[in-house]
Design a protein around this ligand. Sequence first.
Ligand SMILES: Cc1ncc(COP(=O)(O)O)c(C=O)c1O
Length: 409
Amino acid sequence: MTLINENYLKLPEYYFFNEIEQKINAHKVVHPKADVIRLGLGDVSQPLPGEVVKAMENAIRELSKIETFRGYGPETGYRFLIDKIIKYDYNARGVSLEPDEVFISDGSKSDVGNIGHIFGRDNIIAITDPVYPVYENAAIMGGRSGHLTEQNIWSNIVYIPCTPENNFIPELPTDKVDIIYLCYPNNPTGVALNKAELKKWVDYALENQAIIIYDGAYVAYINEDDIPHSIYEIKGAKKCAIEIRSYSKTAGFTGLRCSYTIVPKEIIGYTLMNEKIKINKLWNRRATTYYNGTSYIVQRGAEALYSRKGFKQYQTNIDYYLTNASIIRQEMIAAGYEVYGGVNAPHIWIKTPKNTPSWRFFQELLYEINVVCTPGSGFGQGGEGFFRFTAFNSRENTIEAMSRIKKRM
Ligand SMILES: Cc1ncc(COP(=O)(O)O)c(C=O)c1O
């Protein structure tokens, strides 16, 4: 008799975004001619930068010849990409890293979930609320969530409220926590932390021997000066923070899959006997055992983003999305909505009118004007009464969706 991991049974049957898909598909079956505009999903719409395509074409030609063929690569990534990451993403911002502190992966969702593997089950996890759902789901699957309380939250997870009252800037927990997930610029609220705000978290982690898992999936959207691009810009962070970044929303790699995780060698975890262990060693052991490396072709594609032309090309896409974000912000404010984010992020976080529950508002927009938003409650209890638009659709669709919103009023 094979026993299952019963923690999976604690989860809803479908991952949040799959549930939205099902509702949209059902609507399309009933209204096959409906021109549905999706301002909800987190996928990009602009094609890959030309330099990426060129580099991947070259790479595939290399693989097609006996002299230049390559099979398995290094599990943690090729040096040609790691060295560029260190030089352009970190050294350029005053941060030094060693090559074996950089781990190339096939997307940050995998690493955000898998990182829990190297930590003890009894750690107390803290997440902001609302939050990207994977952090909480992974804590539940990994047996760290405890039980569901009467308030419909998990007993062993510490939720840090992000509300209009605190400008969606999380305050330090009063309970002691061991692992803290922070995502900035934030999905779903679109808010970014400045240096002083992030420093508070680094200081907290250092004082409490906690580890921050810093999800920087949207770093490329930072527009304003005082916003740190990397948590390592804050003094001491290399002793307490793991940073995860992705090329998905930066350069249209959602389908290609490439990301990286930084695990500095200074970060220490403890055994029950109080022995100090380097977290880097554990993550390296895990990566080399469970993973056989991101494809050579894709890593060559990612490398091309660090060329002058590649940088310009993906920056054009980022500007395109940020202009969409600005259009959504302006139009929604003009339509009388309470609007947050969308300045340093492709996400716009909006209060539903008259406190309409998030899922009801999602249905109203879908059924009345064929516009898809993401219901805020899917990001946690703190998201109830909000919805999220993203800037990833085309300019035409973004403008059309805004015009439908206006007409609906
Ligand atoms: C905050 C955040 N982290 C990570 C991811 C995962 O990105 P990927 O797996 O494509 O790198 C997403 C995707 O939407 C996200 O919003």
